[in-house]
Design a binder for this molecule. Structure first.
Ligand SMILES: Cc1ncc(COP(=O)(O)O)c(C=O)c1O
Length: 379
């Protein structure tokens, strides 16, 4: 059997990782400013993570959601404390799309409505509702195109207020920093106005923090820069540092009913152990603070490069923490490919011209210096 060939791949076989570095099968070392698509939060193969996962695997890998699982309770308590959402409830699933799927479903169960407002260029995943609220017709199959969604421009508050005033909106879903959409950022004025308009019109505000959350922006959640408190928050990627896991943080106003949501694998023992190990390391190594500090340093270095003759092809540098976009006046592939093949640095991208940096949150200033010097060679 052959693989179903849907991914354009770099011709590199990564076989080993440690911290912010990965190695291919020929022993070549790479600096990782991609984090396997914002997934690696505490660094590759962190010893504490490996130890906890090994112990758990030797004890119990999985049992179902039909029995008590104290690890889930511990995780909910720890996550509530570290994120400032002590009073919220946690529902655990396995992927980002599934988190958004369940958040939208719970919103609709709660207010009985069907219409969703989403942002132009939004990406929320590839399952039925998640892909319907994703603004990319190329990945929406006819079976997913059910007319539930209106896409509106980021930060155009009057447009959102006008739609919400119709009184039929079930939910609004928002990435406060768009990932796939190209590091477009919501302003505080927009986010606060939107939250107010949602409340006034009975719509539920969901912040998709799957990429921009879990410390990546330099606060635990990206929306915490904007002074809002959404009704639901979806998390994935960094929560398990590579172990497939996701969650929905749900405000106390939502009352659970047995059977309304459910999953076989969600919140299993290994997944919870991964998430607990991640939180241990995030706290011990102050990774949210590190993200803020090193992110500011990286941003300053990139802006300095943009202002120099070497950076004349850079048209914009934007983002927060360790979620940064570098826009070029030429295709990013002309930078990204030589970065991998010649300078041995992994980066992400968005659209044709944007290089997207999503490194592990343990990136150091010295890693930044290495990256900048390699980027200079390429541009
Ligand atoms: C903001 C956002 N939401 C949802 C998803 C979907 O997550 P998954 O691929 O785990 O389903 C992604 C993945 O890139 C994302 O960036």
């Amino acid at each position: 059997m052959k693989l179903f060939d849907v991914y354009p791949l770099f011709d590199v076989n990564i076989v080993k990782g440690q911290g912010c570095k990965v190695w291919d099968d020929k022993g070549q070392e790479y600096l990782d400013l991609y984090g396997g698509h914002a997934v690696i939060s505490i660094g590759h193969c962190h010893p504490h993570y490996v130890e906890m996962m090994t112990k758990q695997l030797n004890t119990l890998g999985f049992y179902s959601n039909s029995v008590q699982n104290k690890l889930q309770v511990q995780l909910a308590e720890r996550l509530g404390k570290i994120s400032g959402y002590d009073d919220y409830q946690l529902f655990l699933i396995n992927s980002g799309a599934e988190a958004n799927e369940n958040a939208l479903k719970l919103a609709s169960f709660t207010n009985g409505r069907k219409r969703v407002l989403s942002v132009q260029k939004a990406f929320h995943g590839r399952t039925s509702l998640a892909v319907e609220v994703t603004n990319n017709p190329k990945i929406v199959a006819p079976i997913n195109d059910n007319g539930h969604v209106t896409f509106l421009p980021m930060n155009d508050l009057p447009a959102w207020e006008a739609e919400l005033a119709k009184g039929d909106v079930c939910a609004v879903i928002l990435e406060c920093i768009q990932g796939v959409g190209g590091i477009q950022m919501a302003t505080a004025e927009f986010a606060q106005g939107l939250a107010k308009a949602c409340k006034a019109n009975g719509a539920i505000l969901i912040c998709d923090e799957i990429q921009c959350g879990y410390g990546r922006s330099g606060k635990f959640f990206a929306h915490q820069w904007l002074g809002i408190r959404p009704d639901m928050i979806t998390v994935a990627k960094g929560i398990g540092n590579g172990f497939p896991m996701s969650g929905v943080l749900i405000s106390p106003e939502f009352k659970p009913v047995y059977g309304m949501l459910g999953t076989t694998f969600g919140g299993n023992h290994l997944a919870c152990t991964a998430a607990l190990a991640v939180l241990d390391v995030m706290e011990d190594e102050k990774l949210v603070e590190n993200t803020h500090e090193v992110g500011e340093y990286l941003m300053a270095q990139l802006k300095q490069l943009q202002a120099s003759p070497e950076g004349s092809h850079i048209t914009d540098v934007r983002g927060r923490g360790l979620m940064i976009g570098v826009e070029f006046d030429k295709p990013q592939a002309e930078v990204r490919k030589p970065l991998v093949y010649e300078q041995h640095c992994f980066t992400g991208c968005a659209g044709t011209n944007l290089l997207r940096l999503l490194p592990p949150l343990c990136l150091t200033k010295s890693d930044v210096d290495t990256f900048i010097s390699r980027l200079k060679k390429v541009i």
